[in-house]
Design a protein around this ligand. Structure first.
Ligand SMILES: Nc1ncnc2c1ncn2[C@@H]1O[C@H](COP(=O)(O)OP(=O)(O)OP(=O)(O)O)[C@@H](O)[C@H]1O
Ligand SMILES: [Mg+2]
Length: 368
């Protein structure tokens, strides 16, 4: 647990980076600090490992004021990842990662074994371990940075815009990877970004800061999208927040409707079993939906299917209203097809039912 208590920072030149910042990053959670450039995110993060000391207030780690800790010892218990990965350019990738375990007293040989394990864990091919950082792509370098931060086996991880220098596709991959790792490792992570989408995707809780280091709101992503505290947060989370919020509302209580179904390939033209005058879902022998049969007898692709039983952050939108709405809107029949985790047909999803559920949840005006 990391606790900020009325933390203020005035630099020597008089710049006030933080006013009186208070929030708690809980054990085993990802807490995201998000806000515009210059709002004090990096300053806050560096106070945890004492690269910067506050001028007022205190930062507590596991209940103890970090001001009382020896900086070198303190940093050994805290992994730190920065933008551009901050790798040592003249050391091979493997040795970049092995550095920390060596400092912790492992032999070079043991440290390299551990480093190789970690590189694999963050999804890097073993062949890359012998290269120098400049011989890797930006996304690969960031993975090395994450592996290095994990190498010390520290319970706390500080991440300062670790994924901001890579293209959007790689960035989403790195985010997925982090969520997957976190599900296994359960570290206490303080993550800085200026990208609200990244904050919402990764954060268990999100602290929105405004310039001058003032906390505008501290809440789980769903709450941030549903109830922005003020105009600043509203502007920051954006106008499409309603749609994005759908991804956080579990669709457990969404009632599925019975659709006419038929057996794929049962009829003479390979599309038999349809109900005349209605859109019919054609199922294969394992009851997996194969296609739609239109009222005029034409065969159409399904569009996206809605997976009802798959949860978790890794499969984005699965089991949430967003997945349900996507399936409904992408269907030629204007009705989504819901399947279970094995891909077997469960029922139909009507867009109106999704919106009604959102309505009941008090968020209808955001859904448009
Ligand atoms: N050593 C310093 N001396 C004076 N002012 C500083 C110093 N370091 C940071 N600042 C100022 O403190 C404020 C907060 O800086 P900080 O680096 O924490 O912002 P940030 O939120 O991380 O911004 P960015 O998104 O651009 O990284 C800024 O106005 C910055 O110019
Ligand atoms: Mg910064």
């Amino acid at each position: 647990m990391i606790e900020f208590r009325d933390v203020g920072k005035r630099f020597a030149d008089g710049t006030v980076a933080l006013q009186s910042l208070s929030f708690t990053a809980r054990e085993g959670e990802i807490t995201v600090l998000v806000g515009p450039s210059g709002c004090g995110k990096t300053t806050s993060l560096r106070m945890v490992n004492r690269m910067i000391d506050p001028t007022s207030g205190s930062v507590l780690l596991e209940g103890a004021d970090v001001a009382d800790a020896d900086p070198a010892l303190l940093r050994r218990g805290i992994g730190y990842v920065i933008q551009q990965a901050g790798l040592f350019p003249h050391r091979r990738v493997l040795d970049n990662v092995a550095t920390v375990p060596v400092l912790q007293g492992l032999s070079r040989r043991e440290a390299r074994v551990r480093a190789a394990e970690l590189l694999e864990r963050v999804g890097l091919d073993g062949a890359l371990a012998q290269r120098y950082p400049a011989q890797l792509s930006g996304g690969q370098q960031q993975r090395v940075g994450v592996a290095r931060a994990l190498a010390g086996d520290a319970p706390v991880l500080l991440m300062d815009e670790p994924f901001s220098a890579v293209d959007p596709v790689v960035r989403v991959e790195l985010q997925d990877e982090l969520l997957r790792l976190q599900a296994e490792l359960g570290k206490t992570i303080l993550f800085v970004t200026h990208d609200i989408d990244e904050a919402i995707r990764l954060g268990d809780r999100v602290a929105v800061l405004r310039v001058g280091g003032r906390l505008a709101q501290f809440a789980p992503p769903d709450e941030l999208l549903a109830h922005p505290a003020d105009e600043f947060v509203t502007g920051f989370v954006g106008r499409d927040r309603g749609y994005r919020r759908l991804g956080f509302v579990p669709a457990a209580s969404l009632a599925l409707v019975d659709l006419p179904t038929g057996r794929d390939g049962a009829g003479g033209d390979g599309d038999g079993g349809g109900t005349p005058g209605e859109w019919t879902v054609l199922l294969d022998g394992d009851r997996r939906p194969a296609a739609w049969l239109a009222p005029d007898g034409g065969r159409h692709d399904l569009g996206s299917v809605y997976v009802t039983d798959a949860g978790g952050a890794v499969q984005e939108g699965a089991g949430t209203l967003r997945g349900a709405l996507d399936a409904a809107l992408s269907s030629p029949a204007r009705c989504g097809v819901a399947v279970d985790a094995d891909g077997r047909y469960r029922g139909g999803v009507a867009a109106d039912d999704v919106l009604a559920l959102l309505d009941r949840d008090g968020g209808r005006e955001h859904a448009r």
